[in-house]
Design a protein around this ligand. Sequence first.
Ligand code: BGC
Length: 769
Amino acid sequence: MNNNINYVNHWIIEETTFNPQWLGKYEAIMAQGNGYLGLRASTEESYTNETRNLFVAGTFNQFSKNEVTELPNIPDIINMELVIDGETLDLNRGTVLDYSRQIDYQTGELTRQFIWETTQKKQIRFEFRRNVSNIDLHFIKQEVRVTPLSGKTKIDVTSGINGRVTNSGSQHFIEWDKRKKEDILQMNLQTTESDVKATVSTKHAFYLNDKPVLDKRDLQIFRRQIFETVTQLVDKNDTFIIEKTSSVFTSRDFDYLEDQSVEEVATKATQEVNQTYAEFNQLIKEKWQATYQEAEVIIESKNVMDQLLLNFSRYHLMIMTHPYDNRVNIGAKGLSGEGYKGHTFWDTEIFILPYFTFCYPKIAKNLIEYRYQILPGARKKASDNGYLGAQIPWESAWISDGEVTPLYGDVDIITGTQTKILTGLIEDHVSSDVVYGITQYLKVTGEKESSIYRQLVLEIALFWTSRAEKNSLGIYEIKDVIGPDEYKEHVDNNTYTNTMAKFTVDLAIDILQVISEEEFKQIRGCLNNLNQTELLERLVDFSENLVIPTVNKKGILPQDDTYLDKKELDITSYKNHPLVNQIFKEYNLDQINERQVSKQADVLLLMTLFFEKFTPEEIIKNFDYYETRTVHDSSLSLSTHSILASLLGNTELAYDFFEKLITIDLGKNMHSSDQGIHSASMGGVWQSVVFGFGGLKYDMNHENLYIQPILPKEWESLTYQFYYQGQKIEVFVGKDTFEVKNVSASKENVSFYYQGVQYNSGEKIKIIR
Ligand code: BGC
């Protein structure tokens, strides 16, 4: 069947026909939010295939001992039943004309319009608009316009709060009470295990052709539901307007004062909101504009999709990230679906954090502070596993939760049972990924190392020394891990993992050279009570004797001890397949483990992060080797290949990978986003543009800024802005030249490297191809 997605312009996508099979995709890619809350784009009326999600960041709850904690669904406030002369609006019935649903990523507004012809042949025009505030993060407003086109029509609207929501069956809230207070419908709840209180409120206003209607409202209270119904007779071509203002407050919010109940705060705030939908929407629009202008990225391309993909990604990056709460991080599906249960992965530091570090450093700081706050859970994980120091959880949720990776996953095609998930046990690179991301933030922003940063690095470094095994030759090996390529389990000396571990330990050694005795004394308790000299000796021994695989005679850097000895597999059909994970239809993980096939970039990712350590020849050889063995079954994979191809000057290939990034969420696969959008891929899109084609790199070893741009033939120019050590920098890249400008008030000179030569801002530089 033809898909129904239309790329209207570089800000707007459209669903051109209604198809209940594809609700999931649009619910996710058209989701709205502000980092505090995330609202899936479910329709006002209900359908069988829908997933109605409203999440508030950080409200994690563990439904039962057999399940891991997850972000619970807050009661639904989007719902509206619209009855037209006795016939309930349902697009599966009657006839739908002129259907269009659009989201504008520039303003965050979601709109839907169509003419519905009832089974009795009455035509009604419906227009829906909806936005989520990015100013007062608790508020959502909807406007619905109903215009009879065939004659006088009776319209019944039933709307309110529906608490009959679950996360795929798990009911996370105990309902306390629900009531009507003046014009506000309200429901108070509490999570079953984490005791988070939530107050959900909604109020309606009704107009006929913009004039308030003196309505009579019927209140209806059922189990977990509170609604009100209004009936209105509307003449032909008159418009009945419903405005619904809803809010969510929880006891995890910062702005909830201790001496007030959540309910009091919620009621007062909801009473005070009296803007019209148009006023509400206008303010949101202006805020979005200012947000984008903070760090513009403008592509002049033959293909409108390029800028659309970038804008789509920037929009989602903002709505998945809390603007000021440092107790929450970013979920692998943002706040747009139940996939990965709202948990945070290494996706943040390696794929997403760089966007915030370079464009919105204040937000990046919160994401970093979250990692400091999960240290107790990381210590617990290390000690539960028999290690020292701190071992960052593979999956994290609320700051005190520790490791929350589930134990079982998808079906094994051979055994017919659920596969055991080992990532929480042995995918250890996340600890160093966190260190990498935070260190990059500090160097790029120029912010001083804090004592908690030093503690984090030292504790993670200590973990690595205990995680590694020392063999009879005095060599350290890190055995039995999963590297970023999750198609290889129980491997020894994964090059990515070992290199990142050494990077962390080397940083820790540097810290020990400068840390004061007093400061060390204060954190010694978390470092197994080792004294400074003992710890230093331990770290130096590890750093000098850890196995770091090097390129072999053929120039290939082995992924781990055994990858290069495994059997080859023709992966063409899986690589070309529009859906991921096709390999599992024929092989189980044990079999895949024995083949040279990778889920995602592993050695290549390492080469992207530490580009300065490898020669162009090494990168080319390894790119060719591993690319042919990578199925890109992870949404994290393609951007790495695009960035690396740009680094090699192969813009055609880089553009090819960039274009494939479209397929992940915005493409024609109508189910790829059912569980939510792919957060890391959004960061990967920005990185492919700015780090890849824009050539922006930070050399972690020499602490230098590199700007080495090269555009694909489809692009006329690229302009991007970023912050570097407090200065706002703008880079303009044309076909043959580029220019770097300091656009902040200070206009200080900023120096950077291009093709190994140091340049200053303000010079026009010729691009060498
Ligand atoms: C990837 C991981 C990633 C996770 C969450 C998995 O499919 O292999 O690298 O962290 O998804 O995005």
